[in-house]
Ligand binder design. Structure first.
Ligand code: APR
Length: 309
């Protein structure tokens, strides 16, 4: 039997695109669940009908009733509102907290053993909410942010140096917001740190563009926020878990003293495998990097405190 992935908010831009990538890569059967009446059913059917052409046998369908999600191996939470131009991710806090809280209650009942991947923003606070509300062990509650932020950084580095994106590894720590902490000295092109290849002002410009990467797209779209790269990042995480790849990716997880942070969900490098987060990888930071990370953690803490998490 194929594994099952539920995508909550499956009628939406990120949710439906996650479904599309998962079936195209033949990773799982997919249920797109949403509060809407029919859109998720329409998108599910449309994607099912692309299968014969693209060559996938995975089933994909829309649903409104959580019964149809029962026994999912992974549940991806994209439910909530997206940013509009001029809004920060933090502006979504209260609205999305209500939505995500209700969603988590349903998931716990119908898929008590699943691994949760949280995508709704503000990401770190929503991951913390999902962790607290589900009562799942921290290994099974993972926020998607670092995979996306580092993909953005990689794309910009590749463009700047005119090399393949496949040659580039990038490292991003911290919250998914303006305070995120891209780490140039651990970001490499074919193993060579970018600090050897690019002038400091160019690195600074790429770091800045990465931190504002989501906002740049929000402004260009005019309505809604990015979804192709966020959905691809979710797919990368699902694949690492489904195939037990032990892949190291930056993800948002609940820290219990790692990097000097306790009781807070923040982005750090983790090893993703069949049981979810199998290891949190701690690297030694320079004082400047450490203080950037603690600034980022403080920004996450502010939101978490508003929600009393
Ligand atoms: N249960 C299920 N689905 C819900 C609920 C709920 N309680 N509330 C809202 N939704 C659905 C909406 O009906 C919509 O189809 O969530 C979907 C959100 O889709 P979009 O508005 O297209 O937003 P999207 O761009 O997909 O972003 C979703 O991910 O990246 C983050 O910041 C982004 O928080 C936002 C989320």
């Amino acid at each position: 039997m194929r594994p099952k992935v539920t995508v909550v908010g499956g009628a939406g831009n990120v949710g439906a695109t996650v479904g599309q990538y998962l079936v195209t890569k033949e990773l799982a059967d997919v249920v797109l669940i949403d509060i809407l009446e029919s859109v998720q059913h329409g998108k599910g059917l449309d994607l099912l009908q692309a299968g014969p052409i693209l060559g996938y046998d995975c089933r994909i369908s829309g649903a409104k009733d959580y019964k149809e999600t029962a026994g999912s191996n992974i549940v991806v939470v994209t439910a909530g509102i997206a940013r509009k131009p001029g809004m920060s991710r933090d502006d979504l806090l209260n609205t999305n907290a209500k939505i995500v809280g209700g969603v988590i209650d349903q998931i716990v009942v119908h898929s008590p053993n699943c691994i949760l991947i949280v995508v709704s923003n503000p990401l770190d606070a929503m991951t913390q909410l999902a962790f607290r509300r589900s009562g799942f062990p921290r290994e099974r509650v993972i926020g998607m942010a670092g995979a996306l932020d580092s993909a953005r950084f990689r794309a910009f580095i590749a463009q700047e140096l005119r090399v393949s994106v496949e040659n580039i590894h990038a490292f991003v720590l911290g919250g998914h917001g303006d305070t995120m902490v891209p780490l140039p000295r651990f970001s490499t092109v074919a193993g060579i740190p970018i600090t050897e290849l690019l002038a400091p002002d160019r690195i600074e410009a790429l770091v800045k563009r990465t931190a504002g990467g989501g906002g740049e797209i929000v402004a260009l779209l005019g309505t809604g926020s990015a979804y192709y790269a966020p959905a691809a990042s979710v797919m990368e995480m699902v694949e690492a878990i489904m195939k037990d790849k032990k892949k190291i990716l930056p993800c948002c997880v609940y820290l219990e003293g790692e990097y000097g942070i306790r009781g807070l969900c923040v982005g750090v490098p983790v090893k993703l495998g069949a049981s979810g987060v199998e290891q949190i990888i701690e690297i030694r930071l320079t004082p400047a990097e450490a203080s950037a990370l603690s600034r980022s953690a403080a920004a996450v803490k502010e939101l978490v405190e508003i929600l009393k998490l």
